[in-house]
Design a protein around this ligand. Sequence first.
Ligand code: SF4
Length: 304
Amino acid sequence: MIRPKIILSKCFCQPVRYNGEMVKDEFVEKLKNYVDYIEVCPEFDVGLGVPRKSIIIVKNNGSKRLIQTDTENDLTDKIIKYSQNIIESLKEVDGFLLKANSPSCGVGSAKLYKDGKFISKTYGIFAEKIKEKFYYLPIEDEGRLKNREIREHFLIRIFAFAELRELLKKPEIKKLVDFHTKYKYLLMTYNQKYLKELGQLVADGKLSVSQKLMLYKDRFYLAFLRKPSPSRHINTLLHIIGHIKDRLNSKEKKHIFSLLENYKRGRIDLKVIVELLKNLSYRFDNEYLLCQKYLEPYPDELNV
Ligand code: SF4
């Protein structure tokens, strides 16, 4: 699989936290083996030392300010300028994995204070600027990735977007057709409307390959914005079962449909059915199904 390029909070790699420590996270450590990453630390990179006094986000006259607690220095403009420079410098990126709870990096998990009291959770200042610009890319922190569904959604997107980025480097119609074929069932799960539109785009006889790819890219990103519901997965699974059902005996069919029912009722994980269908695709040597990204959208080793 193509290695995604992600931006990673530097404190997952080096001891740059305000207290001079580094963050150890089991999933992030594993992920590092499968992605290329650029380390960033807004607070360290703008010249705040290590260790440093902690920073908080304060609501002031309706706007969010980043304040260092001991000196009361307002660091907001500095961090915003840094964020803008990072955004301008990014040429190729498939997603962001930032540090939870940080007033700079937290993805909706930073604390917001007013008049010395905690009032709500919010985006860190750096994370907020990133989100404004790259709203179509996965932006998560390690805290949110403890949730399996959010983690899978993140992984599916970074690996799909990395492959799309590779496709854009050498525009060829055959590669675009193959790409669209591979992503058919994943797209069907995420967004049927975009699956249809993208299919029409690939088949369009008037546009050049480059024009098609430009339009395809934008819609492909948008197709993956929202996590699909279990009913969307069931629809896709039924389509996949349709390819092999004639080769299954009645007991096997009964077993698969009882698994679908159990998944629908939340009694078993989706992965159980996907693995079974993958095995059957191997057994029946069904190349069409085996090329489907739906059955293996990211390396299995990242299933934790
Ligand atoms: S959370 Fe962000 S700003 Fe804080 S140490 Fe980590 S990378 Fe730096």
